[in-house]
Ligand binder design. Structure first.
Ligand code: HEM
Length: 489
């Protein structure tokens, strides 16, 4: 018998052979089970613990490995080694996701999409944890848990609630920009391959001369933008709840590797003071006419994970994962995210989540963090775990510190509504749409508002009118038509 033809032995977790995986041990053929059937106990006990907490949002997702290749020189803006020369390749892992649905939700729902990238650079992991939209609903992180409570299930009915969702959104006029995108024809991408990606926040670059630039990231799909209508998505979900996962998996399996070009927008540090918009406001874009897109390189996905739980479910991304040459900005939303992701992963995956292979850096990594649940990497063996020490064990690198960032201002709960231009950019976006796209926006909005209370619908019409009177009028008309249709049924 060849080795591959030989049956492979099943063992207990302790390595001992399992003698019977088909008949539990009982007292007599009809008798009750015996506690000494340790295989039954082990098998059930492991099964009972198979499910880990799902991500609070972005629970449904798909992942793939790939690489990033530099095509243009941006070393004048960033000293990050990932960008150091044209042609340089860096391995990466991407996880795409929907946001509001739970782990078993259908893929083709109207929602924003997560686009999280982990670049395994030679100086540590850089995570760009973005979405398929350039802006977000909020600009104060205190609202983030509320956003999720409003778009997820109602506490009494256990069902999603258009009323809760739109009550919340319409009370936050800064959400209108993002709401306009989600209700537009781009609100249901055909697949993860057919959408752009955005870092959304403003981040910073530091170059070798220690100059700081503010930067935004955009990824443009090579597959083209393709979307689904509400009717197409309803029909699709009826037959296939995993359409995005299937699309990504099969296209990579057959060698049709999806690609995106990465671009940056660069703002010199001093411009932030005089630029008419708050460049750290996540509800606004930087118009390309002010800060054009600069090409950086191409991201390709070319390998599917072997095991979805190990590599996709256990993946942990965080905006806090940056490397020398790439940094943060004063964006309050970004600042809050720097805490929330690692915190969620310590809860969801355990304190040693960074040693899980998909999360572990591919460069050497050393720290004095020790012990903790599920420490499986040897825990640095006999090495001492304190600093300062006399043995030249791992030292920090002050020479890599960013230059100081000048901050000023009195500590206070500053009202971000004092900067109250919520409407110009959603209005600009609306006016960029063709009449057909505007009509799709009106009708998608009316369907999505469903059975929300009339005063909530009116509040949305008022917000849209402030962005553009034609936007408000179009939504009002579509809502009337939807009401007439519902009354006739
Ligand atoms: C996932 C918090 C805003 C993109 C998550 C998770 C948390 C979180 C706790 C789950 C992490 C995990 O369990 O691994 C927050 C907070 C925000 C915020 C507190 C605002 C204050 C944003 C924004 C974006 C974004 C603005 C995009 C620009 C994502 C993505 C994921 C995610 C893509 C899924 C990552 C993955 O695939 O594992 N967020 N988030 N989030 N968030 Fe946010």
């Amino acid at each position: 018998m060849t080795d591959s033809a030989k049956p492979k032995n099943l063992t207990h977790a302790n390595g001992a052979p399992v003698t019977d995986n088909f008949n539990i041990m009982t007292a007599g053929p009809r008798g009750p089970a015996l506690l000494q059937d340790i295989w039954l106990l082990e098998k059930l006990a492991h099964f009972d613990r198979e499910v880990i907490p799902e991500r609070r949002m972005h629970a449904k997702g798909s992942g793939a490995y790939g690489s990033f290749t530099v095509t243009k020189d941006i070393t004048q803006y960033s000293k990050a080694k990932i960008f150091s020369e044209i042609g340089k390749q860096t391995d990466l892992f991407v996880r795409f996701s929907t946001v509001a649905g739970e782990r078993g939700a259908a893929d083709a729902e109207r929602d924003i999409r997560g686009f999280a990238i982990k670049f395994y650079t030679e100086e540590g992991n850089w995570d760009l944890v973005g979405n398929n939209t350039p802006v977000f609903f909020l600009r104060d992180p205190l609202r983030f848990p509320d956003l999720n409570h409003a778009v997820k299930r109602d506490p009494r009915t256990g069902m999603r609630s258009a009323n809760n969702n739109w009550d919340f959104w319409t009370l936050l006029p800064e959400a209108l920009h993002q709401v306009t995108i989600v209700m537009s024809d781009r609100g249901i991408p055909k697949s993860y391959r057919h959408m752009h990606g955005f870092g959304s926040h403003t981040f910073s670059f530091i170059n070798a001369q220690d100059e700081r630039f503010w930067v935004k990231f955009t990824l443009k799909t090579h597959q083209g933008i393709e979307n689904l209508t509400d009717a197409e998505s309803a029909a699709l979900i009826g037959g296939d709840r995993e359409s995005h996962q299937r699309d990504l998996l099969t296209s990579i399996d057959k060698g049709d590797f999806p690609r995106w070009t990465l671009y940056v927008q660069i703002m010199p540090e001093v411009d932030a003071v005089t630029y008419p918009l708050n460049p750290f406001d996540l509800t606004k874009v930087w118009p390309h006419k002010d800060y054009p897109l600069i090409e950086v390189g191409v991201l390709e996905l070319n390998r599917n994970p072997e095991n979805v739980f190990a590599e996709v479910e256990q993946a942990g991304f965080s905006p806090a994962n940056v490397v020398p040459g790439i940094g943060f900005s004063p964006d309050k939303m970004l600042q809050a995210r720097l805490f929330s992701y690692g915190d969620a992963q310590r809860y969801r995956l355990g304190v040693n989540f960074n040693t899980i292979p998909v999360n572990a850096p591919k460069c050497p990594f050393h720290s004095y963090h020790r012990d903790g649940a599920m420490r499986t990497d040897g825990n640095h063996g006999a090495r001492i775990g304190y600093v300062p020490n006399s043995y030249k064990e791992w030292q920090d690198r002050p020479e890599l510190n960013e230059k100081p960032l000048a901050l000023r201002g009195d500590a206070w709960h500053w009202d971000h509504r004092l900067d109250d231009d919520y409407y110009s950019q959603p209005g600009d976006l609306f006016r960029l749409m063709t009449p057909a796209q505007q009509q799709v926006l009106f009708e998608n909005t009316a369907r999505a508002m469903g059975d929300a209370a009339p005063e909530i619908k009116q509040r949305h019409i008022n917000n849209c009118t402030k962005a553009d009177p034609a936007y408000g009028a179009g939504v009002a008309k579509a809502l009337q038509a939807a009401d007439a249709l519902a009354a006739a049924e």
